[in-house]
Design a protein around this ligand. Structure first.
Ligand code: CTP
Ligand code: MG
Length: 359
């Protein structure tokens, strides 16, 4: 099995060293970037409060889940106060969008009629924010906030997850396979693949299944579900060692190479759904009705695709990889194979490591 069985890939130590000492520090945002974004968030929250008194703007996605790269977009979600006048998301998009346009330097684009109405903001580069800033504001998306918290908790459990995810984010962007609008997979989808790999494929597991551990004593039992979705999970990292400790000492480099091996040669794409909340980590496509490749509307337009199936951890009827086309999956698997080949070819080292990312 290409060195996997022996647990040693020849280049793994070198790769691990590169990831930890060079790669990760060079791609993560510096404190001043976090500060500038937090300042922008607070200012936008003031404007949201003018539109609807008591409104909050909460970060989700990469700025809040521990997987941010330098200059990544800021995802914000607006929550109205409980006693605020009821307004539709599209109305809020228009009102807040107009106010932001009047009061800030952001270039504003509103999408009030999208399936999920949002405001898209871009800020040109300035002295304090040399790379500019991009920001999306959505409304009342509680599940996005909760899945962000789930990812953040996993990131706090074992540092190897973050190393793998940061590498995959940079690599999938360079290889152009991180584009749900063009038939490939979102960062969120790739993160779920890595969690599946570390929690369910690796033996002994490196991550627990946080959605299957008995809830900690600190759990808030009033908020276990949201709109019929079970959103509970073990979120008390301090209390975790009493219920889960990994005995798997594989290095980040070894795990990365083995991730590429697993998803290029071993995973059964045709038959299985990746399901991090399940006991086994996968389910048959047939049990979810996802064995039919393409779901279409009555008018015949393509809605969901089931070539690659990744079940959302909370919204179980939602295939996070529904945007991945047949071609897209073929390209993604080809890229996994290419990366595996480069990282396990003796003559290509050490330049091979750079070659995986570049060219
Ligand atoms: N999200 C989701 N369903 C998706 C895609 C995204 O619920 N199909 C939500 C998740 O809460 C996710 C957030 O949107 O954490 C941001 O997703 P994405 O942009 O894919 O991930 P980021 O970590 O923000 O990565 P990037 O830096 O590439 O923007
Ligand atoms: Mg994002």
């Amino acid at each position: 099995r290409d060195g996997a069985a022996s647990g040693v890939y020849a280049h793994a130590p070198e790769l691990t060293h590169y990831l930890q000492s060079t790669f990760v520090p060079s791609v993560v945002p510096q404190q001043d970037e976090y500060d500038a974004k937090e300042q922008a968030r607070q200012y936008l929250e003031k404007l949201a409060d003018q539109v609807s008194p008591g409104a909050k703007l909460l970060p989700f996605g990469s700025m809040a889940n521990g997987f941010a790269l330098k200059n990544s977009d800021m995802d914000l979600c607006c929550f109205l106060a409980k006693d605020a006048p009821v307004r539709s998301p599209s109305e809020l998009v228009e009102l807040l969008g107009r106010l932001i346009e009047q009061e800030t330097n952001f270039y504003v684009k509103t999408l009030p009629r999208a399936r999920i109405p949002i405001i898209k903001l871009t800020m040109p580069p300035t002295a304090s924010v040399p790379a500019g800033m991009a920001c999306d504001i959505g409304f009342e998306n509680r599940l996005a906030l909760e899945n962000t918290r789930l990812l953040l908790t996993y990131a706090m459990v074992d540092a190897r997850l973050r190393t793998l995810v940061l590498f995959l984010k940079v690599w999938t962007k360079r290889r152009k396979i991180n584009n749900p609008y063009r038939g490939t997979l979102s960062s969120y989808g790739y993160v779920l693949l890595v969690i599946h790999f570390l929690a369910h494929v690796k033996q002994p597991p490196i991550l627990p299944n946080l959605q299957r551990l008995p809830l900690p004593e600190s759990a808030n039992l009033d908020e276990l579900t949201y709109e019929g979705h079970d959103i509970s999970f073990f979120d008390d990292v301090d209390a975790l060692p009493s219920v889960f400790q990994t005995t798997n000492g594989e290095s980040a480099g070894e795990l990365l190479i083995d991730f590429f091996r697993y998803f290029s040669k071993e995973f059964n794409y045709a038959g299985l759904v990746v399901s991090i909340r399940s006991e086994a980590g996968t389910m048959q496509k047939t049990t979810k009705g996802w064995h039919i490749d393409i779901e279409t509307d009555p008018e015949g337009t393509v809605r969901d695709q089931h070539k690659l199936c990744i079940e959302d951890p909370f919204q179980l009827d939602y295939n996070v990889a529904r945007t991945v086309t047949k071609d897209g999956l073929y390209t993604i698997r080809g890229e996994f194979m290419r990366a595996f080949r480069i990282l396990t070819t003796p003559s290509r080292s050490p330049e091979g490591i750079g070659a995986v990312i570049n060219s």
